[in-house]
Write a protein that binds this ligand. Sequence first.
Ligand SMILES: Nc1nc2c(c(=O)[nH]1)N[C@H]1C(S)=C(S)[C@@H](COP(=O)(O)O)O[C@H]1N2
Ligand SMILES: [Mo]
Length: 168
Amino acid sequence: MKFRLAVLLFLSLPPGAVAQEAARCPAPVAGAIAIAGDVSKPFVLTSAVLAELPRAEIRAEGHGTPAATYSGVPLRALLSRAGVVEGAGIRGRAAAQVIVVEAGDGYRASFALAETDTAFTNRPILVADKMDGKPLTAEYGPFQIIVGQEKRHARWVRQVTCIRVVQM
Ligand SMILES: Nc1nc2c(c(=O)[nH]1)N[C@H]1C(S)=C(S)[C@@H](COP(=O)(O)O)O[C@H]1N2
Ligand SMILES: [Mo]
């Protein structure tokens, strides 16, 4: 009976619902970010993996805090490692891909794939682990999204746990 109910529920799901479920973020790992979703090479970003990636800096004012130098890995570098298309490859289906950044408190913010790419824009998006040379505090880190040249701070996601690519 239970099995029949499960089959019935499965059949009543809208098409694509199962695939979407599979593309969700895995359970959070302390001190790490899951790079997940519609990517060919999902991985877990730990400090050790981060150390292998190129670094960049952004000088920006925080939310009601003075200008500081944030440093970390460009979001684009993480996406490239996960096998996400870049540059001229962002067209057709890929032009509709979005990046959903998820935090420990359930907060989420999204970017269009093209926003992360230097072939489209010089506006930098960083997955920062340091502010003025020091590791981010527990309130903000270990990883925080820093968006350069953005007037509001709603997408400066603190305590990032997952970066998920979604094909719209
Ligand atoms: N994880 C998480 N990140 C978040 C938020 C949040 O609620 N949770 N709020 C956002 C909003 S709306 C703003 S304005 C800034 C606030 O930054 P502050 O904590 O430095 O004031 O964080 C952003 N990042
Ligand atoms: Mo905000």
